[in-house]
Design a binder for this molecule. Structure first.
Ligand SMILES: [Zn+2]
Length: 306
């Protein structure tokens, strides 16, 4: 990818030096007061959990959500194991930070223009870099969950160590593969702004498990398609792609398909339990967005075949 000369986003929140445990990730904002917050467990169970955590030396407020903000479902995309504690940031990781801030800026430019063209205003999301553990409006964010988006605070969360995993465990190296991961999470943000996430949440409450999973697959494949829309416009206006980049992106989409992940972790594939879509579906919808570059080309919810 040709990214070095690109604009850097101002919406990157770096929490890596917080070390996760016990730190306040809210920067300049006042830390949340435990007294006003709502515990995850509630009642005695929640209280016990807090005591146990304190005995373990863990700041229990990491598990508490702001009382004024109802916890929302977070959208985790990977769920693989990632290292929990790492050495302080290296030069290579600083370059990665630089890279993700360029990709984020590019998604801002792309989506702002697309929203404006349809008379809407794009609200830029924040990208949080963390190391190991962090707090989000959706609850505790863990590196092991992989990158995720929290609609409640409109933030994308990523532990940059995930990129080692993407390269080494998922077999998906390359900068465009890394960009696709960010663009997919930003795709969830776009769904949130367009009200799609709320509709999906409401629909999920009315149906059984199999249909819930199917709705989740539709939502994930649409985020893949939105990632493709970003790549389409970034290429058209800024010619970011180099030889081999598309293959990297498609390979990453394929590597994190539910069928491939299930085969790797369980040894068999159970399509009803898919929440993100198969490798083939993820590649196809990413390509769809990439070729068409339009939101209406990404209506996975009305598609006769996913
Ligand atoms: Zn996703």
């Amino acid at each position: 990818m040709r990214w070095k000369t690109g604009r850097r986003s101002e919406n990157v929140e770096d929490r890596r030096s917080d070390g996760g445990l016990g730190a306040s990730p809210f920067g300049g904002r006042r830390p949340m007061r435990v007294g006003r917050a709502v515990g995850v467990g509630g009642g005695l169970g929640g209280l016990l959990l807090v005591v146990v955590l304190m005995l373990m030396g863990v700041d229990p407020s990491l598990l508490l959500t702001d009382a004024g903000q109802s916890p929302t479902t977070q959208i985790g995309d990977y769920g693989a194991e990632a290292p929990q504690f790492r050495a302080p940031t290296s030069g290579a990781e600083e370059e990665l930070k630089d890279f993700v801030s360029v990709v984020l800026a590019d998604t801002e430019d792309t989506w702002s223009a697309l929203f404006q063209a349809s008379g809407k205003q794009y609200v830029e999301p924040t990208l949080v870099l963390f190391s190991g553990l962090t707090r989000s409006a959706c609850g505790l964010g863990e590196a092991a969950m992989g990158p995720f988006y929290c609609p409640g605070d409109q933030k994308v969360y990523i532990d940059l160590a995930f990129y080692d995993e993407l390269r080494n465990d998922f077999g998906a190296p390359g900068d465009f593969a890394q960009a696709y991961v960010i663009a997919h999470e930003v795709g969830h943000h776009v769904q949130n702004l367009l009200g799609i996430s709320d509709q999906v949440d409401a629909a999920r409450r009315r149906v059984g498990k199999v249909d819930q999973n199917r709705l989740s697959v539709m939502q994930e494949l649409q985020a893949d398609c939105f990632a493709g829309i970003w790549a389409h416009h970034a290429q058209r206006t800024r010619q970011i792609l180099e030889q081999g980049d598309l293959e990297e992106g498609l390979n990453a989409a394929s590597a994190i398909g539910d069928d491939r992940l299930q085969r790797q972790t369980r040894g068999y594939v159970a399509p009803d339990s898919f929440t993100h879509g198969s490798s083939e579906q993820r590649v196809r919808w990413f390509k769809q967005g990439l070729l068409e570059g339009r939101l209406d080309a990404c209506d996975t919810f009305s598609a006769t075949e996913l």
